[in-house]
Design a protein around this ligand. Structure first.
Ligand SMILES: C[S@@+](CC[C@H](N)C(=O)[O-])C[C@H]1O[C@@H](n2cnc3c(N)ncnc32)[C@H](O)[C@@H]1O
Length: 139
């Protein structure tokens, strides 16, 4: 178990925690709360806000032809926001199967792929990506 895990106290590993969390459907209520409180509906899944993701996007200054790796992508929204804003291609990675399925749907139509990958042992060759983003992810 990771020494920094916020879920050690109840004996649940981070991986179990997220696997169970993504099994819960992103409910209509959750979407409504997000829309009414925050004014958007991207499927927030952590503490990173849309404004912060946009700041990450601006700081990366990617453009068409660049490749972004979104590590711990969850249901896919931060990477999609950056890819849509910049025109870059996107590789979304995470480990829970349900998150990957949701992310695949969420980034459909973009130049994007979704791959099961642990951030501690990434299955990509060196220097494949121009940038890496990770919103609320500690590997
Ligand atoms: C708080 S969620 C944030 C998800 C997404 N980035 C967002 O902002 O909506 C943290 C994510 O990190 C993923 N994660 C944690 N450890 C990881 C690891 N070692 N490799 C890949 N993903 C990991 C979890 O599965 C989870 O989806």
């Amino acid at each position: 178990m990771n020494a920094l895990s916020p879920h050690d106290a109840d004996g649940q590993s981070d991986r179990e925690f997220f696997r169970n969390m993504y099994r819960l459907e992103h409910s209509v209520v959750a979407r409504e709360v997000e829309r009414n409180v925050l004014g958007h509906e991207v499927g927030l899944n952590g503490y990173t806000t849309v404004e912060q993701a946009q700041q990450i996007c601006d700081a990366l200054a990617l453009s068409v032809g660049d490749r972004l790796l979104d590590l711990g992508a969850g249901r896919g929204w931060p990477g999609r926001l950056i890819a849509e804003s910049s025109g870059c291609s996107l590789m979304s990675t995470d480990t829970p199967l349900q998150a990957l399925k949701d992310a695949k749907e969420y980034v459909a139509g973009l130049d994007a792929n979704v791959v099961a990958a642990d951030g501690r042992a990434l299955p990509f060759e060196a220097e494949l990506f121009d940038a890496v983003s990770h919103a609320d992810v500690f590997c």
